[in-house]
Design a protein around this ligand. Structure first.
Ligand SMILES: Nc1nc2c(c(=O)[nH]1)N[C@H]1C(S)=C(S)[C@@H](COP(=O)(O)O)O[C@H]1N2
Ligand SMILES: [Mo]
Length: 271
């Protein structure tokens, strides 16, 4: 941890304001009135998971604050019409992973790019890009908000993370998904993590297209996470491995993400 803290972050994030300072909370407020019962009935996939059931039980102890935050976590991010898509979708953070193997596979059009789903799963999945692209796809036009103060609207196409998790079958002890990336910033691997609420959220996808074209290298080719209720830094690019874990302790710096480790960004970067 100390080693990481002493490493100077390599881009403008070092000078960024507190991650959520300028982002409004209206999306949370807008859904706060939805009752916990309504939220639970739409929650089949999650309710099959033992650790999530425990969270729900703690919510049943008349802890209204817990129930309210769970129901707002289920709300959808705003979607936009095609006409709202930004002319240019910026690339931020890593724009080209420094690993030599990345350049090699990029030259082959990412043929055979591996995606491993492992950790606390019954069925480890060793997938290729081609297999992932064959999976049921959905598209969504959403706004990406970076803490550096820019936003852009893009159309993302990919498979629901829930689909992959249903194939892999999470063990009861799984509570978080860790997203391992092919790039490093300042020599430190980029990674991110989310909980099971976001993992099964209907807009959480592993995307391969941006605006109906394969992801540009700057935007995370060939696979990236879209977790639409959260800020830009959570959307891991250059995805090679999804690991189910019971705790974030001991994973890299232990705070659940690259920017969380090096600059104390909030682990839940809600928009
Ligand atoms: N692997 C990886 N993922 C990453 C980053 C990165 O540097 N490496 N930067 C993050 C940040 S801060 C933002 S705002 C978005 C930028 O996505 P974009 O390049 O498509 O705009 O990716 C996020 N995911
Ligand atoms: Mo960002």
């Amino acid at each position: 941890m100390r080693r990481i803290k002493q490493t100077a972050p390599t881009n403008a994030h070092a000078n960024a304001p507190a991650p959520t300072a300028h982002i409004t909370r209206r999306t949370l407020l807008g859904s706060a009135a939805i009752g916990a019962a309504a939220m639970l009935s739409g929650c089949d996939e999650l309710s099959g998971n033992a650790s999530f059931r425990e969270i729900l039980r703690s919510g049943e102890d008349a802890n209204f604050a817990v129930q309210r935050s769970l129901s707002s976590r289920k709300a959808l991010a705003q979607e936009f019409p095609e006409s709202a898509i930004s002319d240019i979708f910026p690339a931020n953070g890593t724009r080209y992973p420094p690993l030599p193997a990345y350049a090699t596979i990029a030259e082959r059009g990412f043929a055979g790019w591996p995606l491993l789903v492992d950790g606390l799963v019954e069925n480890q999945l060793e997938l290729t890009l081609e297999q992932v692209r064959q999976m049921p796809a959905q598209s969504q036009i959403t706004r990406h908000d970076c803490v550096e103060g820019w936003s852009a609207i893009g159309k993302w196409t990919g498979v629901r993370l829930a689909h992959l998790l249903n194939m892999a079958k999470l063990k009861k002890s799984a509570r978080y998904l860790v997203f391992h990336c092919a790039d490093t910033l300042g020599g430190i691997p980029y990674y991110e993590s989310i909980d099971l609420i976001d993992a099964y959220h209907p807009q959480t996808i592993i995307a391969w297209n941006l605006n109906d074209e394969p992801l540009p290298i700057g935007n995370g080719a060939p696979l990236r996470l879209r977790v639409e209720r959260q800020l830009g830094y959570k959307h891991a690019k250059y995805l090679v491995r999804i690991e189910a874990v019971s705790s974030l302790t001991g994973i890299y710096g232990g705070k659940g993400g690259y920017w969380e480790d090096v600059a104390d960004y909030e682990w839940y970067g809600g928009i």
